[in-house]
Design a protein around this ligand. Structure first.
Ligand code: SF4
Length: 265
């Protein structure tokens, strides 16, 4: 479907949880964010209902995000439910990779098409500092397991101001050595006006924005850098999607009050 600027919106990003096992410094505050109550988190059935309606309206790609999607109990079951939907051509996931190794083969078997793994450094101490306690070895084991399972992997590397000398080149070399793609993401702050990616592949340019977001609380977000949220009307899901798409702005401004981890980037 097209928005009021003629952009074709065909990509649904679904934040399946606001929980995460890491605390990345550019994503959320050290103390974390106020978490949704369990009963306020969308069920797999309701996520699937929204995805199904989106597919009827011409959406063709779904990306599962979080928080950390693998932190959601029973996540592989959701992959099966979404992979079975007619019209969805690509089902992808963005993860920090630290919980991926044990389930990669199962996710592939259930219909996941590809994974993006967040990896900003190959230095274990720096990784632990950036993620406030994560283990680099776990993320790299996740990458290895996904590739071994036949899942295409793309590394998401945030281009941090304090990057170590040669860090980007080392990440590119690592990606090439394991057979993964890599993209660099300009660091952004939701509270600051959106700037397109500049020299980096991401964030995407607003002029060709093709995405809509479904959050774990059941709201649709026309824009990452925006305050607008449309609560899904469970009696008229297509109507809610149409409304959210019609509210997409020409370009992103600011989003206050939510951390990236609550929207799913
Ligand atoms: S800031 Fe908003 S309009 Fe721009 S690319 Fe992101 S979601 Fe699309």
């Amino acid at each position: 479907m097209r928005d009021s600027y003629g952009r074709e919106v065909k990509y649904l990003r679904v934040s399946v949880t606001d929980r995460c096992n890491l605390r990345c410094v550019y994503c959320m505050p050290e103390e974390g964010v106020p978490l949704l109550r369990h009963e306020d988190v969308l069920s797999f059935e309701r996520i699937t209902l929204v995805a199904e309606a989106a597919a009827r309206l011409g959406f063709r790609k779904i990306r599962l995000t979080g928080g950390e999607p693998l932190a959601r109990k029973g996540f592989p079951e959701l992959v099966s439910m979404l992979a079975a939907l007619p019209g969805i051509e690509k089902l992808a996931m963005t993860t920090n990779g630290t919980l991926l190794a044990p389930v990669a083969a199962e996710l592939k078997a259930r219909g996941l098409d590809s994974v993006n793994v967040s990896l900003d450094t190959l230095d274990p101490e720096r990784y632990a500092a950036l993620t406030r306690g994560g283990r680099l070895a776990d993320a790299m084991a996740g990458v290895d397991a996904a590739l071994a399972a036949g899942l295409p992997v793309k590394l998401n590397a945030v281009a941090l101001e304090d990057a170590l000398p040669g860090e980007h080149a080392a990440l590119r070399a690592y990606a090439a050595s394991v057979g993964a793609d890599i993209q660099f993401i300009a660091r952004y702050d939701l509270a600051e006006e959106k700037r397109d990616g500049g020299d980096y592949e991401r964030p995407p340019k607003c002029g060709t924005c093709d995405r809509l977001r479904l959050l774990a609380d059941g709201s649709l977000r026309p824009c990452l850098h925006g305050e607008v949220a449309v609560a899904v009307d469970w009696n008229d899901i297509e109507g809610s999607i149409r409304e959210a798409v019609s509210l997409k702005p020409a370009r992103g401004l600011t989003c206050t009050g939510l951390a990236v981890g609550q929207i799913g980037g």
